[in-house]
Design a binder for this molecule. Sequence first.
Ligand code: AMP
Ligand code: MG
Length: 422
Amino acid sequence: MTSDPGYPTGITVAEARRIVMAEVEPLAAEIATSEEARGRILARPVVSGRTLPPADVSAMDGYAVRAVDLEAASTAAVSLPVVFEVAAGGAGARPLEAGEAARIFTGAPIPEGADTVVPQEQTERRGEQVVFDAAPPRGDHVRSAGEDVCEGDPVLPVGMALGPAEIGLLASLGRSLVHVHRRPRVAVLSGGDELVEPDRDPSGGRIVSSNAYSLSAQCREAGAMPTNLGIARDTPEDLEALLRGGLSSDVIVSSAGVSVGDHDHVRSVLERLGCRIRFWGVKMKPGYPLVFGRLGSTGPFVFGLPGNPVSAMVTFEQFVRPLLLRMAGHHACFRPVVQAVLAERLAKKPGRLHFVRVHLERDGASWQASSTGNQSSGVLRSMTLAQGLLVFPDEASEFEAGATVQVQVLDDAIFREIEPVA
Ligand code: AMP
Ligand code: MG
């Protein structure tokens, strides 16, 4: 019998996710240039201070006219004198009078009195005259003032991700600075006496600390800013000293040392540092030993992920990534899911939810999922082969070949086409 640790253990993935997401809020706003803000989330709305286009402008190179003057052109050609010219950025010399045409170029303001533009390809120029042989509808080829944006329009709402179109719109509104949510800062720590940095000799039972690399890359991919706290030896003192280096970050992600072995000190050291542990142990595979908590009520959230490379990555996917996205202000924080047809039979014992690394292949309008092979949590290569994680629910024990399954998509590249559609 073990005594009650004071926090839930052995909970489901859904319960664990609920606990992780319950407390997290978007980080404070900061001011960024629109270029720095790319991919980030607006924390304050953008209201337009301008009308775009500011005036009626020509959509074509051609002639500005009054449509009423060309009504007769539907039966016989009409010739008008070209009385002045307006270029983009310029202005009309004077208002257009009845029976006159003005030479105009794309983007140039429509002169007062004119209401229509006839493209030059539809006209014939004869010296100072221009000849029309059709009656255009009034307003043809005119971009009206405010057809894009009107002053006072709420153009970009809070929660909007800033992509190329939003950045272009901000520029056209003369806005170079925006309020976006701060990016989460993540301290990444590895623990284990056997671990060495990649440039060191890994002989004699040592292991390269690959987790610091995969987890940091996952942080960056989620828009967060990782720093590497290094490798802690398997002593409470060393672990505590390194963890202290992460106290000013938003999230601490440590890997290994969270199981029940004699050298697994992460939980006890976290508690000593004042961390309130919210849960330990999630009924999933890979990745059972997983601890989540927070230092104080405003300090960093802390994840003690399992040490096995695949378990570390998969638990990051399920819990750390959604938390980081929410901190960055995202509303939708979970991976897209596709329904796929299973290529082969899968079986497991009931009790834990399995995330099966699968290869996804398009099959007409649907997807086919096949296992990447050896699902050991030490086989990091399986993650390089996987485009998705198949959800094999807790209590299920078998999926027949041909069954429809749900797959979390890890790699958006599966949606790209080799051949263009248009
Ligand atoms: P542990 O959770 O400490 O029992 O570690 C589980 C397994 O993960 C062991 O085989 C470790 O060697 C391995 N491991 C732990 N940390 C890392 C790391 N940073 N990079 C790669 N493998 C690791
Ligand atoms: Mg260890």
